[in-house]
Design a protein around this ligand. Structure first.
Ligand SMILES: O=C(O)CCC(=O)C(=O)O
Ligand SMILES: [Fe+2]
Length: 339
């Protein structure tokens, strides 16, 4: 099983070895997380888009994480979403608990501190969260579909949070096209599987953890890999907490870089690509002494899609490692293991 004191993390695709459990970071190593300039991806010129796709291929096969700049999401949209997050988490616990995630059939709403356990041998995650997804007007046919739940006491946050969500869907669709190009597929290969309904967005708040006697079984978020195809994460500037397990087994800090998002490959993409693309293990520890806010958007294919290993990622010596699986069932099963 997963362990922060042992050497393995259990992911939905099987156990993964971690070589080092040190919380000490290798200084300077964060530069090994590549930065992709998305202005190439938005170019009219296919050659430029392919160049960007090549960089994405390199990042996904070597690191599993990369920063994106020139992503096209206006700064104001991002800062207003962060402001909404701060307002939400400042509410009384009793207000937030009115939309407790466990009272929802489809994982929407509020998760209190320690309400989640990303690493099953840990003692809970030291963050609180607020989850939304595509807003179905009523319960949908798939288990993951349903309505979003907003805090009664703060009706004003719906608009900025939804605006951010919509921008993320646009960006995510663009990234899916880049993923397709990088895998030698038609640019539009995933288009009809990504209406934008198969995504989950979280507002997260990590209170500061004590520097002294840091309890490694209770981190901001324990060592884990993500479940969907890829994650686009907005980090608060100046507050460092996210750590990424690099190829040599050391924890590398994903320092917040101005005007960027952090993107990482998730387990669903690892399945599509037969593990060619690395669903890299990561965790967050807030030892800065100040509150930290972040906003991950987990981008997946629509829930009715069958995720199956792409032919371009198999060969005689590399047969498919995974059976086809329904995307919605896979995600729901992973979430059930976490809450
Ligand atoms: O907040 C962060 O930096 C990372 C969050 C994360 O890894 C997750 O929610 O899966
Ligand atoms: Fe994650």
């Amino acid at each position: 099983m997963a362990s922060t004191t042992g050497t393995e993390v259990l992911t939905g695709n099987g156990p993964r070895k971690i070589l080092s459990n040190s919380i000490d970071l290798k200084p300077g190593d964060f530069s090994s997380i590549p930065i992709l300039d998305l202005s190439l991806a938005f170019s009219e010129d296919l050659t430029a888009r392919k160049k960007c796709a090549e960089e994405l291929f390199d990042a996904c096969t070597r690191v599993g994480f990369f920063y994106i700049k020139n992503h096209g999401v206006p700064e104001q949209v991002i800062s207003e979403c962060f402001a909404s997050g701060r307002e939400f988490f400042d509410l009384e616990l009793s207000e937030k608990m009115k939309i407790y995630i466990k009272d929802s059939e489809n994982f929407k709403g509020y998760t209190p501190l320690l309400g989640e356990n990303t690493d099953p041998t840990g003692r809970g995650d030291l963050h609180e969260g607020f989850d939304i997804g595509y807003d179905y007007s009523s319960e949908g046919k798939n288990q993951m579909e349903g309505v979003n739940r907003w805090p009664e006491a703060l009706p004003g946050i719906k608009e900025p949070v939804t605006t951010y969500f919509d921008h993320m869907v646009t960006l995510g669709k663009k990234l899916f096209q880049l993923f397709a190009l990088s895998l030698d597929l038609e640019e539009g290969y995933f288009d009809n599987m990504v209406s934008g309904k198969g995504g989950v967005m979280r507002l997260l708040h990590y209170p500061p953890q004590k520097e002294e006697g840091l309890d490694m079984t209770q981190l901001g978020i324990g060592a884990h890999s993500d479940y969907e195809c890829f994650t686009v994460l907005a980090q608060q500037q100046g507050v460092e907490a996210l750590q990424v397990l690099n190829a040599t087994g050391e924890w590398v800090s994903a320092v917040p870089l101005e005007d960027t998002f952090v993107v990482n490959v998730g387990d669903s993409m690892a399945r599509w690509t037969n593990d060619l693309y690395l669903s890299t293990i990561h965790r967050a520890i807030n030892r800065t002494g100040v509150r930290r806010y972040s906003v991950p958007f987990f981008f997946g294919v629509d829930y009715e899609t069958t995720i199956e290993v792409l032919e371009s990622c198999t060969s005689e010596s590399r047969p498919p490692k995974y059976q086809p699986i329904n995307a919605g069932q896979y995600i729901k099963q992973r979430l059930n293991e976490t809450y």
